[in-house]
Design a protein around this ligand. Structure first.
Ligand code: PEP
Ligand code: MG
Length: 309
């Protein structure tokens, strides 16, 4: 597939105060990226690689085919596009028994899973670098790890990425990032930032861990949980690195001013929300300040009211 031609919207948006933010796409397949790329310069802020493997589990142990699959995704993004590949996230909502070589490993996530399934983990990383060498356009290769809980988790993943980058001989630009979607991670973001190129807020999981619900049981009101905002603020107040959001809250316009105030500079949203979020970001008053007041609020009702007004 070649890069789309014609006039395409850039993926950066200049806010009314001159600040520049990026609007990116969440995608699970090359097709969605190609469709989006017809009209936009592509930046994929979250490519959920587990869906490639769910559709074709043979990719798990077949590196040639997985290199081809990642190559297709890279080509779909076009010459000037970039894709943030998320390492295999084996959570309960994207589960396959094929992800586990031993039944005892089921239930492990993030770095615990990578430690327990080193073959799958290393094959994936090797394939990503190899795909960038064979099929990349020279665009930045971005890889991020889900479900990071501690600095040790991150160090484990980062060391594997660095070792593989070196072994592969990949010399293009590379950025390594982590998702922030477990409450514990917010207590060590500051310590980790020196070795992290970017953070990405996974509000879908973060919220459910704060309120103690399963992913399939959210109630509309859960989005206004006071503790959730205090936790986010605590984690992000001294962060100098790029912070993206790829959870669904970033695709809901009522939360955009708050995330801007928190310092988010990259909003990654599903295809269906892209245009609405783009319009809203272009018209938003970036000077709005609501965080201080919000952090003092004790009830969901107060927070809902503040965010919706
Ligand atoms: C999240 O948890 O917010 C996220 C973006 O990842 P996923 O929905 O794939 O768990
Ligand atoms: Mg998640």
């Amino acid at each position: 597939a070649s890069a789309p031609t014609g006039v395409r919207e850039d993926n950066s948006i200049t806010l009314a105060d001159g600040r520049v933010v990026r609007l990116s796409l969440n995608a699970d397949d090359a097709e969605t990226i190609r469709e989006h790329g017809l009209h936009h310069r592509v930046s994929v802020g979250l490519f959920r690689t587990e869906f490639l493997y769910l559709r074709d589990t043979s990719l798990l142990f077949d590196e040639k085919r997985s290199v081809a699959a990642y190559g297709e995704v890279m080509r779909a993004a076009g010459q000037d596009g970039s894709v943030t590949f998320r390492l295999l996230d084996v959570d309960e909502d994207k589960f396959s028994a094929h992800f586990f070589t031993k039944p005892g490993n089921r239930g492990l996530r993030g770095a615990d899973y990578y430690r327990a399934e080193p073959e799958i983990f290393h094959a994936q990383i090797r394939s990503l670098f190899q795909a960038a060498i064979e099929h990349g356009s020279g665009a930045e290769l971005r890889i991020m790890a889900p479900m990071m809980r501690t600095p040790e988790d991150w160090q484990f993943v980062l060391s594997a990425l660095q070792a593989e980058q070196e072994r592969s001989g990949y010399e293009g630009p590379f950025r390594a990032g982590m998702m922030v979607e477990i409450p514990s991670a917010l207590f060590s973001m500051e310590r980790m930032q020196h070795s992290v190129d970017f953070f990405s807020l996974g509000t879908n999981d973060l919220l459910r861990y704060v309120i103690g619900k399963s992913r399939s049981q959210p109630a509309p009101d859960d989005l206004y949980e006071p503790a959730f905002y205090r936790l986010l603020f605590h984690g992000m107040r001294r962060i100098k690195r790029e912070v993206s959001i790829c959870g669904m809250m970033g695709a809901r316009v009522e939360f955009l001013p708050l995330f801007l105030e928190l310092g988010v500079t990259n909003f990654s949203v599903p295809l269906g929300a892209y245009e609405t979020v783009r319009q809203r970001l272009m018209s938003i008053d970036p000077q709005q300040r609501m965080l201080r007041a919000l952090l003092r609020m004790q009830s969901r009702a107060e927070i809902r009211e503040a965010l919706q007004s």
